[in-house]
Design a protein around this ligand. Structure first.
Ligand code: R5P
Length: 295
C-alpha cells in the first residue's frame, strides 16, 4: 500500500498545453462518436467551454430559494445556458421536450440535507437516461468523506453503464464541511474522478494553485459556483477559473439568486465564451439588469 504522497515539488507543466488528439475537448480524442457528440452539446465547439446552469439543488434540499417555481424562474432564462444540470423529476415535470440546450442529469442521491450527504446511491437507471436523451450524467464523489468508497463506486458503476450507451459522466467533487477547499484537496479529488473514468469533472475554485488543479486533471474541469456572492465577485471568480484552465462553469445560486438572473447568465457567458474581463462583464450585467427592470 503506497503511503500518502506529500511531496511539495510536483511539476504540472502548467504552461505546456495537453496533446491535441483531434477533438476540441481535453482527453476526449479516443471516445466514440456518440459520446463526443453529447459532449459537443454541452461544451461549445467554438470556445471549448460551457456555461452550465445548475438547478438540481432540490434533490437534497427541497425548494431552494430561487427554485421555488422552476417554471417561472428558470424556463425563461434556460436558453441562455449551454446546458442545464437538473434532476429527472424536474426535467419531465417542467422542461418542455422542445428544450434545445444540453441536459446534464443528476444521477445520485439519497440523503437529504438533514443527513450525511455522502451516503448517496445511484438514483437513475441508464435506460431511463437514454429515454430522456440526456447528454451527460452527474454523480457526487465525496473524497475524504464518510462514504468515500461508496460514492467512488457509484461513479465507476455509472461510467461503465454510460460507456454502453455513449453517455459521459460528470464527476462532482463534493467537499465535506470538515475539509479544506485548497488546491491540494481539489487536485486530489478531481484527479481521482478522472483517473477512474469521469469524462469531465466539476470542482470548486481556489485562490491559490487552481491552475495546478486543472493542469493535473486530464479531462475538462468545470468550476462549481457555490454559495451566492456579490455579482462582481462571482464574475471575477469565473474569469480567474477559465484563465487558469477551467473549461467553463456550472453555476446555480450565483445565477438564479442574482437580482437579475438572466443578466448574470449573459455576463457569465461573456466571460466564459467571450473572454470578457470581470469589469466588462459587470458593466454588461448592470446594463442588462437595468433594461430588465425598466422593461
Ligand atoms: C451539488 O452538490 C449540486 O450539484 C448542487 O445542487 C449544485 O450543482 C450546486 O450549484 P451552486 O453551488 O452553484 O448553487
Amino acid at each position: 500500500m503506497p503511503e500518502a504522497d506529500n511531496h511539495g515539488d510536483k511539476n504540472f507543466h502548467e504552461q505546456i498545453p495537453p496533446p491535441d488528439q483531434g477533438f476540441f475537448l481535453k482527453g476526449a480524442g479516443s471516445y466514440d462518436w456518440g459520446m463526443k457528440n453529447r459532449l459537443a452539446r454541452i461544451f461549445r465547439p467554438t470556445s471549448g467551454r460551457t456555461v452550465m446552469l445548475a438547478i438540481d439543488h432540490g434533490y437534497f434540499q427541497g425548494p431552494t430559494t430561487g427554485l421555488e417555481r422552476v417554471d417561472l424562474s428558470i424556463l425563461p432564462i434556460a436558453p441562455a445556458a449551454d446546458a442545464l444540470m437538473i434532476t429527472r423529476g424536474m426535467l419531465r415535470s417542467t422542461i418542455p421536450a422542445t428544450h434545445g440546450g444540453g441536459v446534464v442529469m443528476r444521477a445520485s442521491g439519497g440523503p437529504s440535507v438533514l443527513k450525511d450527504l455522502s451516503n448517496e446511491r445511484l438514483a437513475i437507471d441508464l435506460e431511463d437516461a437514454v429515454r430522456m436523451n440526456v447528454d451527460a450524467l452527474a454523480v457526487q464523489v465525496f473524497v475524504g468523506g464518510e462514504h468515500e468508497t461508496q460514492s467512488v463506486h457509484n461513479m465507476t458503476r455509472l461510467i461503465d453503464a454510460g460507456y454502453r450507451y455513449g453517455i459521459p459522466v460528470l464527476g462532482v467533487t463534493a467537499v465535506g464541511k470538515e475539509l479544506v477547499r485548497d488546491a491540494r484537496y481539489l487536485g486530489l479529488a478531481a484527479r481521482i474522478c478522472a483517473e477512474l473514468g469521469a469524462q469531465f469533472v466539476k470542482t470548486y475554485y481556489c485562490e491559490q494553485g487552481f491552475e495546478r488543479v486543472t493542469a493535473g486533471c486530464p479531462v475538462p474541469v468545470v468550476m462549481a459556483g457555490g454559495k451566492k456572492l456579490p455579482e462582481r465577485e462571482a464574475l471575477e471568480m469565473a474569469y480567474r477559473a477559465v484563465q487558469q484552465g477551467a473549461a467553463g462553469v456550472d453555476m446555480g445560486r450565483n445565477i438564479f439568486q442574482s437580482r437579475a438572473p438572466e443578466a448574470m447568465l449573459e455576463a457569465i457567458a461573456k466571460v466564459v465564451h467571450g473572454g470578457a474581463t470581470p469589469d466588462d462583464a459587470y458593466e454588461l450585467f448592470n446594463e442588462l439588469a437595468h433594461k430588465a427592470t425598466v422593461a
